[in-house]
Design a protein around this ligand. Structure first.
Ligand code: ATP
Length: 657
């Protein structure tokens, strides 16, 4: 073991460290006002504590902090009618940097009050030297027989303590502002600082005799004492000119840490940068910062509102915060409360839940992708718009008031409708409902317009389709597949389910050609299209009336399409329509039958060119293909050009006498 040569205390040279404290302790000069007003509020809280403990029997009076500007003398003064200081206390707490009275005080009076003390580090007062050449304190303690004290310091390590003329209990701090800090002699500037930092402090702050702060912090009140209007009013005040929020969560806990706050779910605007938090961080009603990024879990950043906690260490580096155990537990607590609120809304007012789903959905999905605990908490409350219909011509479910269960469709199934009559379901309900028809298989659509033909095809055969059509769903489908590993998710335009195919007719071999109908159609299209990358598949699609199913549809194999989408996303491009795809020709459609009949009559002419009928049949094949592409929005500019040209020549051919 090494021998200890010497032990001792590390010393600090005040002359060297003092300029650092004054200059670098806080990044913004303007926070000096927040620190001095906080000290005033603390002094008033302390007086309340003392008076409740019966140590002080005098008149407490109306608490007040007043700010006065003297432009001529270039001074700014902050006066409170709080506890004041004796000469000894000034020596103890002011002359000793980094020595706060808070701990001593709270320990001594812990039984007599629930007041919060803001300052704890014993540094805030010295921020006044960031903007002043000289600072004076004029103070009179509440203690009986106390004499008023005057303290003055010009920013060096020497001070002066003398008697004062003061007659009223409390403290006045007078700052002699530096030349370059003259902005703090402007009433507007001070007003703005009070609004920013001290608006919700519980004591009236008077500037030029007028009260300049709101005083009431609704998040510190009990939720039962607040009306919806109170919550909305606070939101409108904090975020003016914004649409009203969808709903809110009131955070309110004292143990094992103190957190109060109100978080609002805003309507998500596409132009809002969700990586930049808009939640305001407070500590004992004092505004600290406009971003809570280190404290709030990332997926909650789109939320707005207030988080107020005296347990978040504010004077440490922000990156350190993320690793702080209490901060992590606070973050978990907030996430859980948000999940609870959604769960509660889902259970108590589904109509509203659905109404908000457009915005909530993105948020919930983002949260599920990013936070495991939240995912587990919310899993059963993720809903999807569905094609599931109320049977027959019965009217669709009306959105109902909370007391009625809007989830119940006319059929008594678990689905609910929004104001437009669109029905919603959870995945669990979908799987249960469709267990017999297609167990562990989910059909989904990502674009109601371009996939309309396919959706219709599924609907007509009684197959339920879910809409996964928001931008986040590209990531959400693979996530669902991981979560429900035994369930297969197929987009409506990928491989068709067997239930959509009519196998009753069989495909009989025609003795004349020795080919089945399917084989003949395939050959016809392969020749006409001459596109080796397009696979021709033939099937008879089920339909009540053969005309209602399309003559052909384009299918994009699920895996291949996803791969392409992913590549496009990585290259930050929009996915192109894949060259490789399948054209399913519906052999049950009369048009295809006609086409086959027509092509049978074709003969190769003596000069080797195709007869007019062959040319027409080719054109129709191409046209059928283009129509299928069109239904899929799979056209490019060249495709559109040749489609128009061909349409014109087809019509010309048809109109020829
Ligand atoms: N207006 C005041 N009235 C009475 N006491 C005061 C006043 N201002 C400061 N003090 C005393 O001086 C001490 C040091 O104040 P300072 O602002 O430096 O630190 P703090 O408020 O304790 O902590 P923090 O650095 O977190 O603000 C306080 O703890 C308090 O005892």
């Amino acid at each position: 073991m090494a021998t200890v040569l010497e032990q001792g205390n590390i010393s600090i040279h005040t002359e060297n460290i003092f300029p650092i404290i004054k200059k670098w302790l806080y990044s913004d000069h303007e926070i000096f006002l927040r620190e001095l007003i906080s000290n005033g509020v603390d002094a008033i809280s302390k007086l309340n504590m003392v008076s409740r403990s019966s140590e002080f029997t005098g008149e407490v009076g109306e608490p007040e902090i007043s700010i006065a500007i003297d432009k001529e003398a270039k001074t700014l003064s902050i006066t409170d009618n709080g506890i004041g200081m004796t000469a000894d206390e000034v020596k103890k707490y002011i002359n000793q940097v980094a020595f706060s009275s808070a701990e001593e005080f709270v320990t001594k009076f812990k039984d007599s009050s629930d007041e919060n003390i803001i300052g704890h580090f014993g540094l805030g007062f010295y921020s006044s030297f960031m903007v002043s050449d000289q600072v004076e304190i004029d103070t009179l303690s509440y203690q009986e027989g106390a004499t008023p004290v005057h303290w003055s310091c010009d920013g060096t390590t020497t001070f002066e303590l003398s008697d004062s003329e003061r007659t009223e209990r409390g403290t006045t701090i007078t700052l002699h502002l530096m030349e370059e800090e003259a902005e703090y002699l402007e009433t507007n500037r001070i007003q703005q600082l009070i609004k920013t930092y001290c608006d919700f402090m519980p004591v009236p702050i008077k500037l030029d005799g007028e009260e300049a702060n709101r005083k009431i912090a609704p998040w510190k009140q009990s939720p039962s004492s607040l009306t919806d209007e109170d919550y909305l009013e606070l939101y409108r005040y904090l975020y003016p000119f914004q649409e009203d929020p969808l709903l809110w969560v009131h955070l309110n806990t004292d143990y094992p840490f103190v957190v109060n706050g109100i978080l609002y779910f805003p309507k998500l605007k596409p132009d809002v940068d969700v990586t930049k938090g808009q939640i305001k961080l407070f500590c004992n009603q004092v505004f600290v910062s406009d971003n809570c990024e280190e404290i709030i879990p990332q997926f909650l950043l789109p939320l707005r509102g207030v988080v107020d906690s005296s347990d978040i260490p504010l004077n440490v580096s922000r990156s350190f915060l993320q690793n702080d155990r209490t901060v992590r537990r606070i973050a978990d607590y907030i996430a859980k409360k948000v999940g609870d609120r959604l769960k509660e809304l889902y259970r108590s007012d589904k109509a509203k839940y659905i109404e908000c789903w457009q915005d909530l959905g993105t948020f919930v999905k983002f949260g599920s992708l990013n936070n495991d605990k939240f995912k587990q908490q919310i899993a059963d409350f993720i809903i999807f718009r569905t094609t599931n219909q109320v049977s027959g011509d019965e009217p669709k479910v009306e959105v109902q008031a909370a007391e009625d269960d809007a989830w119940q469709s006319a059929e008594g199934e678990n689905a609910a409708a929004d104001a437009k009559g669109n029905l919603y379901t959870t995945l669990k309900e979908y799987l249960e409902r469709n267990q017999e028809k297609h167990e562990n298989r989910v059909f989904y659509a990502t674009d109601e317009v371009s996939q309309a033909t396919y959706i219709d095809l599924h609907k007509r055969q009684g197959l339920e389709v879910l809409f996964l059509d928001s931008f986040i769903d590209t990531h959400f489908v693979p996530f669902l597949e991981r979560e429900y590993s035994d369930v297969k998710f197929s987009r409506v335009d990928s491989d068709l389910d067997n239930t959509l195919i009519d196998e009753s007719g069989g495909d009989i071999v025609d003795p004349a050609t020795n080919q089945t109908k399917g084989e003949r159609v395939k050959e016809l299209f392969e020749k006409a299209l001459a596109k080796p990358k397009v696979t021709i598949r033939t099937d008879a699609l089920k339909a009540d009336d053969a005309q209602t199913a399309p003559p052909a549809i384009v299918l994009l194999p699920e895996e291949m399409r996803r791969m392409q989408e992913m590549m496009a996303m990585m290259q930050q491009q929009t996915a192109q329509f894949p060259e490789e795809h399948t054209l399913l020709v519906n052999t049950a459609h009369p048009l295809i039958q006609n086409l086959l009949d027509m092509s049978q009559g074709t003969i190769v002419q003596a000069d080797g060119t195709a007869s007019p009928t062959t040319a027409m049949a080719n054109m129709i094949c191409q046209h059928v293909y283009d129509l299928a592409l069109m239904a899929q929005k799979g056209f490019d500019a060249d495709g559109m050009k040749s489609f128009v040209e061909r349409s014109n020549s087809l019509l010309t051919g048809l109109t020829k006498a």
